[in-house]
Design a protein around this ligand. Structure first.
Ligand SMILES: [Fe+2]
Length: 205
């Protein structure tokens, strides 16, 4: 019987990173990345036993974004977003492909589209993401949205994968009048989780 605690099973994340890297080695189209990468992300979030507790901590001042892994060539990054009660993003873009998988709680993603007068208008209803849901964004399929925790009294966690080292990408936040400001998000953590120590897993074989 395994004695791995619920938050210390890194094998699932390690496997996801490997499989995504193999997919990207094939230089796939964006469609294929979103489709096959989405399947991999859905598998990753199907079981909630691998996210280190340190990367699941909410803070009252704002939502947190913890880097879990950045590809050595910065082809992709994996980030846990932790939403405190009622926390929300500004309207923002990504400039690269992204996949969002809901792990705990729930969130709403409201897409925006530029109107003829340059203002930003909500496009359709907000999409509710619940555990197991995967959503995609990119400049080709729709890249501007606002995300908020669906709950006013509890924490939600989603796992995001982007086609770049997203914390270092020059992006924009928007007001509803269409005006924008540049931003570079960075990350909330100074240290990455150690997913390469296999000793506990090996001892439990
Ligand atoms: Fe986003």
């Amino acid at each position: 019987m395994s004695i791995i605690s619920p938050s210390t099973n890194p094998g699932r994340l390690r496997s996801f990173i490997h499989c995504l890297a193999v997919l990207l080695d094939d230089k796939p189209t964006e469609d294929r990345i979103l489709c096959e990468g989405g399947v991999l992300l859905r598998q990753l979030i199907a079981v909630d036993d691998w996210l280190p507790d340190a990367c699941a901590q909410a803070r009252p001042e704002r939502y947190q974004q913890y880097l879990l892994h950045a590809d050595s060539s910065e082809r992709f990054s994996v980030v846990s977003f932790v939403w405190g009660p009622g926390q929300t993003t500004p309207i923002h873009d990504h400039t690269v492909w992204g996949l969002i998988g809901m792990l705990r709680g729930a969130e709403y993603s409201q897409a925006y589209r530029a109107a003829d007068d340059g203002s930003l208008r909500p496009e359709g209803d907000a999409v509710k993401l619940v555990p197991g849901t995967v959503e995609a964004v990119s400049p080709t399929i729709g890249d501007i949205h606002r995300v908020r925790n669906a709950f006013a009294d509890s924490v939600s966690v989603s796992i995001h994968v982007y086609g770049a080292n997203i914390g270092a990408v020059r992006r924009s936040v928007y007001a509803e009048d269409g005006s924008s400001k540049p931003f570079i998000s960075g990350y909330s953590n100074a240290h990455l989780p150690n997913i390469r120590d296999r000793s506990i897993e090996l001892e439990n074989l």
